[in-house]
Design a protein around this ligand. Structure first.
Ligand SMILES: Cc1ncc(COP(=O)(O)O)c(C=O)c1O
Length: 317
C-alpha cells in the first residue's frame, strides 16, 4: 500500500503557516522560522490533529465505535481524540492517571465533547495503559467495538501525521527559498518526533532535534528510532538512518509543570513574534533552542514546530 492509499480523514485546516521569525532570530543570532501547528484547526488546534487524521480513519475502517485512550487530566491529546471521534459519530472513553480532579481545561473540553472520563486512582502515568486495555476489554464484553490507543497516539499509524507534515513543510520551504539546517520540537510520547524524523529523511530536509519534556533521553531515542522506522515502513518511504537527536535538561520541576526557563523562552517568543507557546511542551522546547543558540551550538535556519496546547496556557501551574 502506498502513502496515498492509507486511510485518512481530514480534520485539520492544512497546510498550517510557515513564517519567518525575524525579531526572535535577531535575539538569538540564529535564523528561526515558526511552523504554526497550533493552527491545525480542530478544537483549539495542535500537533495531535495530524496523527488523529490517520488513527480515526483506521478506527472507522475497522468498524470501531469507541475510541479508548488517555493521559494526564490536562492531556491535549485526549481532548482532541474525543473531539475527533465526534466528527464521525464515535464515542470516547478517556482514562486519566491519578484521582479524580475537577474538570478544567482539556478535561472540561473533553466532557463538553461527551467523552466518558475515568481515573485510575494511581499516580503512575503507565497506569493509563493498563486502564485503556481494561476499558477496551469491558467494551468488547458489552458487544462494543473499541479502538484502543496508547498515550499520545504514539504508534506508526499516528506518526503518519508528521511524516506527511514533512512533505507539506518541504513544499513551503522550497517556496520560501529556505534550506533549513534542522527542525526543533518538543518530544513527549515521541510520535510527532518519529513521524517528522522519517518525513524529513524522505524529503531530504535537515535533521530533527527533539527536546524531551518528560521521558529520559535514552528512552526517547529508543522510541523515536523504533517508531520512525515503523512509520517509514508503513508509508513505503526510506528508513531513517542514524540515531535520533534528543536534548535533555529542560524538563524543569517535572512533566506538566511550568519551568522558569520555559516561561522566559515563551515570553521571548510572545514579545518578539506575537505567538504563544504552551508551558508543558513548546515553551520547554524553545528553552532548549534558546540555550543552544546562546551557547553558539546551533546553526540556522532552524524551523521550530509550534505544537499548540492552548488550553494548558490557562491551567498549568
Ligand atoms: C502541545 C503539544 N506539543 C507537543 C507534544 C509532544 O508530542 P508527542 O507526544 O508526539 O511527542 C504534545 C503531546 O501531547 C502536545 O500536546
Amino acid at each position: 500500500m502506498s502513502l496515498g492509499d492509507l486511510p485518512r480523514i481530514r480534520l485539520g485546516t492544512l497546510p498550517t503557516p510557515l513564517r519567518p521569525a525575524p525579531r526572535l532570530s535577531a535575539e538569538l543570532g540564529v535564523e528561526v522560522w515558526l511552523k504554526r501547528d497550533d493552527l491545525t484547526g480542530l478544537g483549539l488546534g495542535g500537533n495531535k490533529v495530524r496523527g488523529l487524521e490517520f488513527l480515526l480513519a483506521d478506527a472507522v475502517r475497522r468498524g470501531c465505535d469507541t475510541l479508548v485512550t488517555g493521559g494526564g487530566p490536562g492531556s491535549n491529546w485526549a481532548m482532541l481524540a474525543a473531539l475527533a471521534a465526534r466528527t464521525r459519530g464515535l464515542d470516547t472513553v478517556l482514562v486519566c492517571y491519578g484521582d479524580p480532579v475537577p474538570p478544567v481545561g482539556n478535561m472540561a473540553l473533553a466532557a463538553v465533547a461527551g467523552a466518558e472520563i475515568r481515573f485510575t486512582a494511581d499516580p503512575d502515568r503507565a497506569s493509563v495503559d493498563r486502564g485503556v486495555a481494561a476499558v477496551a476489554d469491558e467494551l468488547r464484553a458489552a458487544g462494543r467495538v473499541p479502538y484502543p490507543m496508547g498515550r499520545g497516539g504514539a504508534t506508526a499509524v499516528g506518526a503518519l501525521g508528521y511524516l506527511t507534515a514533512a512533505r507539506e513543510l518541504a513544499v513551503q520551504l522550497a517556496d520560501a527559498g529556505c534550506v533549513p539546517a534542522g527542525t526543533w520540537l518538543a518530544t513527549g510520547s515521541c510520535g510527532t518526533h518519529a513521524g517528522l524524523a522519517a518525513g524529513v529523511h524522505w524529503q531530504r530536509l535537515g535533521p530533527v532535534t527533539g527536546v524531551t519534556v518528560s521521558r529520559p533521553v535514552a528512552e526517547c531515542v529508543e522510541r523515536v528510532d523504533r517508531l520512525s522506522r515503523e512509520v517509514a515502513a508503513l508509508a513505503g518511504t526510506p528508513a531513517p538512518d542514524g540515531p535520533p537527536v534528543v536534548v535533555g535538561g529542560h524538563v524543569g520541576p517535572g512533566y506538566g509543570r511550568r519551568s522558569a526557563e520555559g516561561e522566559a523562552a515563551a515570553a521571548l517568543v510572545a514579545r518578539t513574534e506575537g505567538v504563544f507557546l504552551d508551558p508543558v511542551f513548546a515553551a520547554k522546547a524553545m528553552a532548549g533552542l534558546v540555550a543552544a543558540a546562546r551557547a553558539g551550538a546551533v546553526a540556522g535556519p532552524v524551523v521550530f514546530l509550534v505544537t499548540g496546547g492552548a488550553p494548558t496556557l490557562f491551567t498549568t501551574v
